[in-house]
Ligand binder design. Structure first.
Ligand code: UDX
Ligand code: ADP
Length: 460
């Protein structure tokens, strides 16, 4: 079959894979290829066990793979064939040199740009889709426009990704908005319109926003910074609730009813995780600092400080309430993913909480329906000091305490009587997700310690 366009995405991760699967679903007239240097990843994308868990993803891949969706490792060949190339490689925070701990490490993006330049023998639109700091497009352009002899022209377009893990497929199918930034030249606008056309296959035109390239790049960082700020704001108040007897759920509800504030993203938690929030704020802080905007940088950095405080506060409180020692006590952690409906554990608060408990010499058992494989990797340095268990009932057997760290639905409906009977007594539940009915748990015999809400406990 002859396809209308050849679209390539370089990087088959959490962003590249699901977003291209939806492109393929919604645009059967295009050939969509996802390429990656990681051969195992591509093999997994071509198998029945996809490397990324997302509700609805399996179905979309099953319908499109081999029809107009392809996964490949031959990047050079794929570049040659492509009209439009999305760059969706990872951009971790730099761990060394200038900007260490804050700036994005652009080595993977740069490498891809050089590869595109080397392999291209026809004009192409290059779309930055990874989360990238402001002015990355500039860096891409500098590389791509550097070979004047070649006679091949590139246009760099920014199309930031706003999808959230766990709802990636729904978010792609029905986005709040799609943002496309381009140079404001006739060629830039032509390239932008080609990307608009792809999305217009299923997204209403009024939801497709266009902007200059820097606004587009900055909007991505700012959107994540605002979302994270809401979580840190409510988490800061959860600490105050615990001291005053107020209930964070009641406060969230009351303030969320103000239409100017709105009800979303006001759920207190053990802290935000995920690959984006911390990295994007650090980036924002770094950019502000590099322009000499100290107050701006300090303002946003506080969002991260508050998040670290929330994680630490939760685990410190566990230790304190368990009579100031958890040494040799079995503690079952229910949930390790940074949120529900994903197996992703990047920046999950569960990592810090587990490490601190292990350092306190607790016997830590971790259970999670999707994230155990990643949890094992995250805690590889502690592998003899922690156990992993598929079955939450087994994880809780003989435990002194359980802590709920991810709000998996199934944890709300476990048989807590059975769990209580199999635990050591006094038995504690630290409900970091406010998932359980406080009075019911108390009546079963537990000391129940929710987050930002009044506890009910006999033994403290
Ligand atoms: C985020 C952005 O939402 C998305 O637009 C962007 O493209 C990538 O980063 P994601 O990291 O997948 O998506 O998860 P998100 O749903 O935003 O949650 C982030 C963290 O905040 C999670 O740890 C979640 O548990 C926490 N959170 C969220 C809260 O603690 N309380 C809330 O009310 C909402
Ligand atoms: P994200 O959450 O941004 O999608 P991931 O780490 O899940 O990040 O995915 C990024 C993918 O990009 C990884 O699978 C990685 O192997 C791939 N990648 C990194 N550098 C290159 C490169 N030069 N060429 C092709 N793929 C790359």
């Amino acid at each position: 079959m002859k396809f209308e366009k050849n679209i390539l995405c370089i990087g088959a991760g959490y962003v590249g894979g699901p977003s291209m699967a939806v492109f393929a679903l919604k645009c059967p007239q295009y050939k969509i290829t996802v390429a990656d240097v990681n051969k195992d990843r591509i093999k997994a994308w071509n198998s029945d066990k996809l490397p990324v868990y997302e509700p609805g993803l399996d179905e979309v891949v099953r319908e499109t793979r081999g029809r107009n969706l392809f996964f490949d490792t031959n990047i050079a060949k794929c570049i040659k064939e492509a009209d439009i190339i999305f760059v969706s490689v990872n951009t971790p925070t730099k761990t060394f040199g200038i900007g260490a701990g804050k700036a994005a490490n652009l080595q993977f993006v740069e490498k891809v740009a050089r590869e595109i330049l080397k392999e291209s023998d026809s004009n192409k639109i290059v779309v930055e889709k990874s989360t990238l700091p402001v002015k990355t497009a500039e860096a891409l352009k500098r590389i791509l426009y550097s070979d004047h002899e070649k006679g091949v022209h590139f246009q760099v377009v920014s199309n930031p990704e706003f999808l959230a893990e766990g709802t990636a497929i729904e978010d792609m199918k029905d986005p709040d908005r799609v943002l496309i930034g381009s140079e404001q030249t006739p060629e830039g606008i032509r390239a932008r319109d080609e990307i608009v056309e792809i999305y217009a296959n299923w997204v209403p035109r009024e939801k497709i926003i266009t902007a200059n390239i820097w606004s587009s790049e900055l909007s991505k960082l700012v959107a994540n910074a605002f979302l994270a700020q809401r979580v840190s704001s409510i988490n800061s108040i959860s600490a105050l609730c615990e001291r005053t007897g107020a209930d964070i759920n009641e406060v969230s509800y009351a303030i969320g009813c103000d239409s100017r504030i709105g009800p979303k993203f006001l759920k207190a938690s053990v802290g935000f995780g995920g690959s984006c929030f911390k990295k994007d704020i650090l980036n924002l802080v770094y950019i502000a600092q590099s322009y000499g905007l100290k107050e701006v940088a300090d303002y946003w950095e506080q969002v991260i400080t508050m998040n670290e405080y929330q994680e630490t506060r939760f685990v410190d409180r566990m230790v304190r309430l368990m009579f100031n020692t958890v040494t040799d006590k079995k503690i079952a952690l229910l949930g390790f993913a940074f949120k529900t409906n994903t197996g992703d554990t990047r920046e999950s608060p569960a990592i810090l909480i587990s490490k601190k408990l292990i350092e306190e010499k607790a016997e830590v058992v971790i259970t999670d329906p999707k994230a155990l494989e990643n949890a094992r990797k995250d805690l590889a340095d502690y592998k003899d000091l922690v156990t992993f268990e598929d079955d939450p009932y087994k994880a809780a057997e003989g435990a002194h305490a359980i802590a709920i760290l991810t709000a998996w639905e199934q944890y709300a409906t476990l048989d807590y009587k059975r769990i209580y009977d199999a635990m050591e007594h006094p038995a504690f539940i630290f409900d970091g997700c406010n998932l359980l009915d406080i009075n019911k748990m108390y009546e079963l015999g537990f000391n129940i310690i929710p987050l930002g809400r009044p506890s009910r406990a006999r033994d403290i």
